[in-house]
Design a protein around this ligand. Structure first.
Ligand code: KG4
Ligand code: ZN
Length: 365
């Protein structure tokens, strides 16, 4: 790119958020000029989870609205935009298709370059958007659909050194919240309830804690919590508010312990590869959890590794991170054409075989 500055339009529709953003990139860094997110919580609330067909229809209805709003707030026109970046996977296929079809139409009608972005790359590259960190860095991607440790060697070279074999952590938070009658998304509800709870009251398992390596398993934890809940209901005829807070705190503590211990291992592995200005970063919705975030920051201090944690609004799904991942390709004149298609699965590290398991967004890459 020979321009002093460029404007990238980002579009995100891979799960239950329809989002658009205008990102300015210039030699001094990046500036988010607008970031519009319309979530669909209300549409899915009564079903207790994201319903793919409802999500896809809502994306179709909202996508042009959010793009127009993003342009308006940024005070630019579509003609000013230098490239269009869109999530092309992985995700709920109907939603991803809505975004890709819209972006293709916009690209064809305006003659702007089209860039299909891997949603996970959007999360994994966020530390470069926020803190301009250099490659290679370690990132823990923890969201509603994904969980993996990645060493990011470049914007198109990711090495997975661990991941979940079943549920993603966000999914475990969401399912646990549902079991406790708390609102979705479950992470923030559990975090809030845990504030007044006793994390020592219920003894929950820490799955795979003592197994070597950096893989996770979360489904047993959720089942153990369900048993404790059912025992209480049988004994007392229901749950008191304090029970819900104590169950939430005990669950959050177990999640915390597993994520922290595996992160220590992943940092050690990563530091064997590089010890020149090592950086550990977190991304994805669960990275918004303050207890987990704080402990990860503390272990980084102890290990003299720089900790890079995006602001909460850039942890959960948004289109600014998609625009940024597109910008990394735009700067290398690397574009897609009209053959771009939506992908339900799209592993970032395609040299390693997929980890088994499936959840909100299908098999964990
Ligand atoms: O990255 P994200 O917005 O969407 C996906 O790509 O999945 O992550 C959403 C997930 C949800 O499962 C939500 O419960 C979880 O992130 N989450 C949290 C917190 N805030 C959001 N989990 C734990 N603590 C939080 N504060
Ligand atoms: Zn995400």
């Amino acid at each position: 790119m020979d321009l002093d500055k460029a404007l990238i339009l980002g579009i995100e529709s891979s799960c239950d958020d329809t989002a658009a953003s205008i990102l300015e990139i210039n030699p001094n860094g990046s500036h988010i000029k607008s970031s519009i997110i319309r979530n669909q919580f209300n549409l899915h609330q009564e079903y207790g989870g994201v319903v793919p067909e409802i999500a896809a229809r809502a994306h179709v209805e909202l996508i042009d609205v959010v793009v127009e709003e993003a342009l308006k707030i940024a005070n630019v026109s579509i003609q000013d935009v230098n490239a269009i970046g869109v999530t092309a996977g992985p995700g709920l296929i109907g939603g991803v298709m809505s975004g890709v079809m819209f972006a293709k139409g916009l690209s064809a009608s305006t003659n702007k370059p089209l860039i299909g972005v891997n949603h996970l790359a959007g999360h994994a590259l966020t530390p470069r958007l926020t803190d301009r960190v250099n490659f290679p860095y370690l990132v823990l991607l923890v969201s509603g659909g994904h969980c993996q440790f990645l060493i990011v060697h470049s914007h198109h070279n990711y090495e997975r050194i661990g991941g979940t074999i079943d549920d993603a952590p966000g999914e475990a938070f969401d399912k646990t919240a549902r079991l406790l009658g708390l609102l979705q998304p479950g992470g923030p509800s559990i975090e809030e309830a845990a504030k007044t709870g006793d994390e020592h009251r219920f003894d929950l398992p820490r799955p795979l804690l003592n197994r070597e390596g950096c893989d996770f398993s979360f489904s047993g934890l959720k089942t153990a919590l369900m048993r404790k809940r059912n025992d209480l209901i049988e004994e007392q005829g229901g749950l008191f508010k304090q029970d819900i807070c104590d169950l939430s705190a005990s669950f959050q503590q177990a999640m915390h312990d597993v994520i922290v211990k595996k992160s220590i291992r992943a940092i050690d592995l990563y530091c064997e590869i590089t010890n020149e200005n090592p950086v550990f970063s977190i991304a994805g919705g669960v990275a918004a959890n303050k207890k987990i975030r704080q402990s990860l920051e503390n272990i980084c201090k102890t290990k003299k590794v720089t900790f890079s944690a995006p602001p909460l609004a850039l942890c959960t799904d948004n289109a600014a991170i998609i625009a940024y991942a597109a910008a990394e390709r735009f700067l290398n004149d690397d574009y897609d054409d009209m053959t771009l298609s939506a992908r339900p699965r799209w592993p970032l590290d395609n040299k390693k075989s997929a980890i088994l398991g499936s959840g909100k967004k299908g098999p964990k890459a």
